[in-house]
Design a protein around this ligand. Structure first.
Ligand code: ADP
Length: 259
């Protein structure tokens, strides 16, 4: 049986940020892509439907905040200091930040549908969706409900195991007829803050290999940088805090390919 897709008016482009597994920096990448687009003057919505790890409120300085409604539709939150960027997160619905989500399948689908359907974004140039990791029911619902997303951005790390995971994500997108916009290799080498030497902690070139294998673009490689982790914890996105850094330029190049 087919699934009814949701109708989203006035959203020019929709991209889903995916990963084969958790902890590879999917949310970090989603936040920094969304922020970078907003800093380039685009109107951006960031939708965090990562049910079990909604870290985006913390990353945007909105932890503990709740969603408002006008009685009819959900009102997104404007990100402090970044006026073109609005956000809706499952995290805004949890009683406490550390409450586990224990919804069963149909309830999860209901929440995902509500988040896709009932948010009053206004007109957007971009909607960036932070999808749950993996290739299970939850990302399946997100992609099927969206119906016409413009593409998937797959985040991976250089380890062999995540190359296997990313292959699954690529096949998953192919089966769902969702174009893969490209791959981002995160945590690709560690830049020593003292001597700037790059150490390939997890090996190198995994993203390039997989991009070549599947004939899809490698959109960028992002090193491990303690400032990226600290920015996430402090609630100010890395690309707005360190706008002129080389890594922010990588994010700018990535977003330019979406424009
Ligand atoms: P996911 O969404 O895939 O579960 P997160 O974006 O939450 O992963 O990232 C996991 C952790 O790794 C976070 O603490 C984040 O700040 C950190 N992190 C992600 N990417 C980098 C990076 N390039 N350099 C340093 N820390 C990073």
């Amino acid at each position: 049986m087919g699934i009814d897709t949701v109708k989203m008016e006035d959203v020019a482009k929709k991209y889903v940020v995916m990963s084969g597994k958790g902890g590879v920096g999917k949310s970090t990448v989603a936040v920094n892509i969304a922020t970078s687009l907003a800093m380039q003057g685009k109107k951006v919505g960031l939708l965090d439907v990562d049910i079990h790890g909604p870290s985006i409120p913390t990353m945007l300085g909105l932890s503990g905040e709740k969603l408002m409604s006008d009685g009819d539709r959900i009102q997104p939150r404007v990100v402090p200091g970044i006026e073109n960027l609005q956000v809706v997160s499952i995290g805004f619905m949890l009683e406490k930040e550390d409450s586990p989500v224990i919804w069963r399948g149909p309830m999860k689908n209901g929440v995902i549908r509500q988040f896709l359907e009932e948010v009053q974004w206004g007109s957007l140039d971009f909607l960036i969706v932070d999808c749950p990791p993996g290739t299970g029911d939850e990302p399946l619902s997100v992609i099927q409900l969206l119906g016409d997303a413009d593409g998937a951005i797959i985040v991976t790390t250089p380890q062999e195991v995540s190359r296997v995971d990313v292959s699954k994500s690529v096949n998953f997108c192919n089966q769902l007829k969702l174009p893969v916009t490209g791959i981002i290799e995160n945590m690709s080498g560690f830049v020593c803050p003292h001597c700037a030497t790059v150490t390939d902690v997890f090996g190198s070139g995994g993203g390039k290999k997989i991009a070549d294998t599947y004939n899809i673009p490698l959109m960028g490689t992002i090193p491990i940088d303690p400032a990226i982790g600290e920015s996430g914890d402090s609630g100010t996105p890395y690309v707005s805090r360190f706008a002129d850094s080389p890594v922010s330029k990588i994010f700018e190049t990535i977003t330019r390919s979406l424009l």
